[in-house]
Design a protein around this ligand. Structure first.
Ligand code: DGL
Length: 275
C-alpha cells in the first residue's frame, strides 16, 4: 500500500512507470537524466504487447492491474508511459486512483508543449488505438485552435522495434513507406505519438531531410514529472535505491534495450500478475 504522511506520499518512494514493452524505457531514460536521484519501478506488459491493436476496454483492464501492482510497491507517482494507454485508460485511472497517487500521462504534456510553439501544420504518428481515439487531434485543437493536425497510424513500427529491427534495411523500408504518405506533406512538426518511436527517431528525421521538428515525448514528460514533484514537495532527497524492472513475459530484446538505456546490469524480474 502507498504510505501516506499527512495524506501525501513520501519523497523517498519510487516513481512507477508502465508501458506495453520497451517503449516506456525512453521516458524512464529521460527521467534518469533529469532526475537522477529518483528511484524507478518499471513495468513492461510484454505478455500483452502490442497494446495498439487491443480494445480500449482491454487496455483499461491491463492499466488498472498494473497501477495496483505499482501502488503495492509504494509508487508516489504512476506515469503512464504509453500513448495507447494514455488515450484509452488515463481518464479511468484518474477517476479510480487519484486519491492514492499522482497520475501523469504522455499526451497532455506534449499538447501543453505544442501551445508554446507556433506550428500551423502538425503530423502525429502512433498505434491504431492512439490514432483512432483522435485524442491528440482533439486536445491540440482545443488547446491551440486553428492548428491543422494530420494523424497516421503506423502499426508495424512497435512489433518491428520489439523484434530488434531498428537500424537496418527492413526498418528503413517500413519507415519510408509509412512516412511518404501524402497526408504528411507540408508538416512543420511530427509528434512521435508512441513511446517506442524515439528509438528510431534519427531514421524518422532523415526521411524528412531533418527539416521537420520531431516532437519526442520523453524529455517533455520527464520535465512535467520534475515540475509535478517539485510542486507537491515530493522530489527525492534521500539515498537512491536501485531501479527495478518488471516484465509480464520474458523477451530477449527487452533485456537488450534496457541494458542499452541503463548501462550494465539491471534488476529485471518477471512478474506474473495475470495468472
Ligand atoms: N509504447 C506504446 C505507445 O506509446 C506502444 C503501444 C503498443 O504496444 O502497441 O502507444
Amino acid at each position: 500500500m502507498v504510505i501516506f504522511l499527512n495524506s501525501q506520499p513520501l519523497k523517498a518512494q519510487p516513481i512507477g512507470i508502465f508501458d506495453s514493452g520497451v517503449g516506456g524505457l525512453t521516458v524512464a531514460h529521460a527521467i534518469k537524466q533529469i532526475l537522477p536521484g529518483e528511484s524507478l519501478i518499471y513495468f513492461g506488459d510484454t505478455a500483452h504487447l502490442p497494446y495498439g491493436d487491443k480494445s480500449a476496454e482491454s487496455i483499461k483492464q491491463y492499466s488498472r492491474k498494473i497501477t495496483e501492482f505499482l501502488l503495492e510497491r509504494d509508487a508516489k507517482v504512476v506515469l503512464v508511459a504509453c500513448n495507447s494507454a494514455s488515450a484509452s485508460a488515463f481518464d479511468t485511472l484518474k477517476e479510480e486512483y487519484s486519491d492514492r497517487t499522482i497520475l501523469i500521462d504522455v499526451i497532455d504534456p506534449v499538447v501543453s508543449y505544442l501551445a508554446t510553439r507556433n506550428y500551423s501544420r502538425i503530423g502525429v504518428i502512433g498505434t491504431k488505438r492512439t490514432i483512432s481515439s483522435g485524442t491528440y487531434e482533439a486536445k491540440i485543437l482545443k488547446n491551440t485552435p486553428g492548428t491543422s493536425v494530420v494523424s497516421l497510424a503506423t502499426p508495424l513500427l512497435v512489433p518491428m522495434i520489439e523484434e530488434g529491427f531498428i537500424f537496418d534495411d527492413i526498418s528503413n523500408a517500413i519507415i519510408r513507406v509509412y512516412l511518404s504518405d501524402p497526408s504528411l506533406r507540408g508538416i512543420e512538426a511530427l509528434i512521435l505519438g508512441c513511446t517506442h518511436y524515439p528509438i528510431i527517431r534519427n531514421q524518422i528525421s532523415k526521411i524528412f531531410n531533418f527539416s521537420v521538428d520531431i516532437v519526442d515525448s520523453a524529455r517533455i514528460v520527464a520535465e512535467t514529472l520534475r515540475q509535478t514533484l517539485e510542486q507537491n514537495n515530493l522530489l527525492s532527497t534521500g539515498k537512491k535505491v536501485n531501479d527495478q524492472f518488471f516484465i509480464s513475459d520474458y523477451t530477449t530484446y527487452f533485456v537488450k534495450i534496457a541494458r542499452m538505456f541503463f548501462e550494465g546490469e539491471i534488476d529485471l524480474r518477471k512478474a506474473d500478475i495475470w495468472s
